[in-house]
Design a protein around this ligand. Structure first.
Ligand code: GLC
Length: 710
């Protein structure tokens, strides 16, 4: 539809019709079961009113949505098509590894490919908008939604945000196989006090802008069409009615002009927060703050028209919000084709295609992280191998946000091993408390594959824990198995980093398997038997214990930095009982064979005004298998007008190396990459001493100093 026609449509709409365009309800209000992703809600509305709302939450399926679209448009006074929005977070029917694993791929191209194939399936099923990517920075694995984020680092999450938005949206959301993306949850939802979901956040302005806002900014720069507000407060104000956050920061500073949608009943929940007196007050505050769509509350439905009629609310605010919703529908081409490319024929052609299956397997291999290997891996095909633990036969490994996944297609680790090594001599012990006879069988095997950790149930929304230790049953199982067979490879499943110091100390090999999705176990089996070289790198630090949380490699010196010594040192910043550093740091991961780095070479030691320094290393694959290496650039600004982190990821290049091949990898250091929010919150760089490192993970010491001229 042309813009002037759209403008005329808006002018012709009644107040009631405009208010209804800003309401989103789940399928339960349309006589369907509905995908319930929040607390139950009862609203007083007439039977037809749901059909006059502007968008629907959580419905999918081409036939179903074509029928629902027909039913809704028939009730719309101007026949305006509805938007169908759903949580296609990391796959639709084919669930790819959970986002914390995707982040551990350290590969933006892989992330884009995953989003693109997820969009193809979702669009074929009639979905118009996906509530993804979730880019919340996560540094506290007590929080259940770590699994949904691509990790702890602003740079990596920004890289992933851009890639995922591009994958979902392409360059034109109206094209077949593309959906509009919705970045969430704005903002800093991943930093709840005490790691408890929905809790307040207490972060300063510098931390908010320096760390937590950057990935959302990246998504906006990538052209994301929607932003979802978060449940938490920032600066003691709920995000959904936080005018400074939404109008000044998101729309002003970041220049976002798309649709802002609340999270599930987040407008209504400002009454619980105690910052809104009633639903009318909540509606007024949310619309004035710039929240366009009210998901699953009846605040807008019940109050906006009356507030405008009584002169309490400016109709211009309503028109602005409705205009953005109409523009989004127009960008998707819905006025011309309300079904977009949702059709049973497309579903049949696209869903679970060979490309989806290949990528699902490859993503499993490229996002798992080899944490330890004394040489036992890769396993040979000929030995007798025990495969132990309930998780080895559990299909609940696709992630708690894989609402639409076809779990009948999920390949368990057991089935994956049988497919990858069809003549393998496996002894399957699919429980966590083997009998003495089973232990005896395990004892005579050449090796053991032991699965511990969590399936998808204890992670995801609201699944917070106070203790991230590995559960006691699995610790006991590990001790028992190790006592009868030392050649044990431990796979750790789960959506959050778990504290595994006991396993790290004793196991000869450990793989962080995350929640690998529908076909990811095939990729993990490919790693275990040397068909693929592991290349995953931790997108989130693995701590020694809950007491270290929140934790990140990007820490600060403090006034009393701990010297580089083991053990407790009095009167400096450290613990008496555990080290300051995590068990395994951000960016860490092993491969078969080692990537050897030359010392860093610099084209100059001083960065002059407007100049560039080229920093290079030679990277050599010293192993016998092709290797994919995530070469990481870290920089430290030694002195600043505010304290600066001991290092920050500032560059990432993926390089593929054949056995014994050497490649030179270079990064250009320029002034813009050194900018930060100074004492007065100006985004500037400051002259002085810097250090840069190029290496394998956030702990690399392969570095050089350089200076920036004033
Ligand atoms: C949930 C989640 C959000 C999701 C929304 C719709 O409460 O917080 O991530 O997109 O509701 O299902």
């Amino acid at each position: 539809m042309k813009t002037d026609e759209l403008q005329r449509l808006l002018e012709d709409m009644t107040l009631e019709e405009k208010a209804e365009q800003l309401v989103q309800l789940h399928g339960g209000f349309f006589g369907d079961v509905g995908t319930i992703t929040g607390p139950a809600a009862e609203f007083s509305m007439d039977a037809d009113q749901p059909y006059r709302t502007g968008s629907v939450l959580g419905e999918a399926g081409a036939e179903h949505l074509r029928d629902l679209q027909d039913r809704m448009m028939a009730k719309q006074p101007h026949g305006i098509p509805a938007l169908f929005m759903a949580d296609v977070i990391h796959g639709y029917k084919t669930a790819f590894p959970v986002p914390i694993a995707i982040g551990s791929g350290f590969d933006a191209e892989l992330a884009e490919e995953i989003a693109s194939l997820a969009a193809e399936e979702a669009a074929a099923a009639g979905v118009h908008v996906t509530f993804s990517p979730m880019v919340d920075l996560v540094r506290d694995s007590r929080w259940g939604r770590c699994m949904e984020s691509t990790g702890e680092d602003p740079y990596l999450n920004s890289l992933m945000a851009k890639a995922l938005v591009k994958g979902f949206q392409g360059d034109d959301v109206s094209k077949p196989g593309k959906v509009a993306a919705c970045v969430k949850h704005f903002a800093a939802y991943g930093a709840p006090v005490a790691g408890r979901d929905y809790n307040v956040t207490e972060i300063c302005e510098h931390t908010l802008f320096e760390d937590y806002l950057k990935p959302y900014r990246a998504a906006v720069e990538a052209g994301v069409k929607l932003v979802m507000t978060a449940f938490n407060t920032i600066d003691r104000k709920p995000c959904t009615t936080n005018k400074r956050l939404l109008r000044d920061v998101l729309r002003g500073d970041m220049g976002f002009d798309g649709v802002v949608i609340s999270d599930y009943n987040a407008i209504g929940e400002t009454l619980n927060h105690g910052s809104s007196y009633d639903k009318a007050d909540a509606a007024k505050k949310a619309l004035e703050a710039g929240c366009d769509i009210d998901m699953m509350s009846d605040c807008y439905l019940g109050s906006v028209v009356r507030l405008i009629r009584e002169g309490e609310l400016d109709e211009k605010l309503l028109d602005e919000a409705v205009w953005r919703v109409l523009v989004l529908k127009n960008e998707l081409g819905l006025f011309e084709n309300p079904y977009k490319d949702g059709s049973p024929e497309n579903e049949k052609r696209v869903i679970f295609s060979e490309r989806h299956r290949e990528l699902g397997r490859r993503a499993g291999a490229e996002t798992a992280v080899l944490l330890k290997n004394n040489g036992i891996l890769p396993l040979g095909d000929s030995g007798k191998i025990a495969v132990v633990g309930e998780l080895t036969q559990d299909t609940r490994i696709v992630g708690s946000w894989s609402i639409f996944a076809d779990t009948s297609k999920t390949v368990t680790l057991k089935n994956a091993l049988c497919e990858v090594v069809p003549n393998g001599k496996f002894v399957f012990v699919g429980n966590d408390d083997p009998t003495d006879e089973e232990m005896a069988e395990i004892g005579v095997c050449d090796a053991v594959i032991l699965a511990v950790g969590e399936n998808e149930i204890p992670t995801g929304e609201s699944m917070s824990v106070a203790d991230i230790s590995l559960n006691k049953a699995h610790l006991r199982l590990f001790e028992r198995v190790m006592s009868c067979n030392k050649n044990t490879v431990v796979l750790v499943f789960g959506g959050r980093p778990l504290a595994i110091p006991e396993i790290a100390e004793k196991a000869p090999a450990i793989v962080e398997a995350w929640l690998p999705g529908t076909l990811g176990c095939l990729g993990i089996a490919d790693i275990l038997f040397g068909k693929k070289n592991p290349c995953g790198r931790l997108s989130m630090s693995i701590p020694y214990c809950s007491g270290q949380l929140p934790i990140s490699y990007s820490q600060f010196m403090t006034g009393r930095p701990k010297p580089k010594t083991d053990g407790f040192v009095r009167y400096v910043s450290n613990y008496m009982d555990v080290p300051n550093h995590p068990l395994y740091p951000f960016g860490y991961g092993l491969s078969y064979g080692e990537a050897k780095y030359s010392p860093v070479r610099l084209s100059a030691d001083v960065l002059k005004k407007g100049g560039v320094i080229t920093a290079s290393v030679d990277v050599t694959n010293d192993g016998g298998m092709e290797m994919k290496e995530a070469v990481q650039l870290y920089i430290r600004d030694v002195k600043g007008s505010v304290v600066r982190p001991v290092r920050e990821l500032k560059g990432l290049k993926t390089v593929r190396l054949m056995p014994h091949e050497t490649k030179t990898v270079s990064f250009e250091i320029d002034e813009p990459m050194l900018r930060f929010y100074d004492a007065d919150m100006n985004f500037v760089s400051e002259p002085g001493e810097f250090v840069l490192w190029i290496g394998h993970d956030s702990g690399t010491e392969n570095g050089r100093g350089f200076r920036v001229e004033g």
